[in-house]
Design a protein around this ligand. Structure first.
Ligand code: FES
Length: 108
């Protein structure tokens, strides 16, 4: 077995951009992964794992701003850019996501 971690990603269409109200998130399944996709008020999209690593909180229901996602259960904050917890706890996974002709495409 190779020591090299060769990860390949798959582009998955999870839904339409307009299914996600501005400033909110929605949970989807993509490639067998539970993910949450957010549409920020600036129109940008972000995708993360759906369950908070702290105690399984539903991240799709979290509060958002331009920099972070805040878990609704105990208010841990995670950076969009790399998933790092601003409090230094376990980070979340983030996934590349883009709008392709109104469809939400996530790389998982
Ligand atoms: S479950 Fe998310 S902060 Fe506790």
């Amino acid at each position: 077995m190779s020591m090299t971690d060769v990860r390949t990603t798959t582009a998955v269409v999870v839904g339409r951009v307009e299914e996600i109200p501005m400033g909110e998130g929605r949970a989807f399944v993509a490639g067998g992964e539970q993910i949450a996709v957010f549409r920020l008020r600036d129109g940008s999209l972000h995708a993360t794992q759906a369950a908070c690593p702290h105690a399984g909180g539903p991240l799709a229901d979290g509060q958002t701003d331009g920099n972070v996602l805040v878990c609704p259960l105990h208010l841990y904050a995670y950076r969009w850019s790399d998933g790092a917890a601003t409090g230094g706890t376990t980070p979340i996974r983030v996934f590349p996501v883009r709008d392709v002709d109104g469809e939400v495409v996530v790389e998982v």
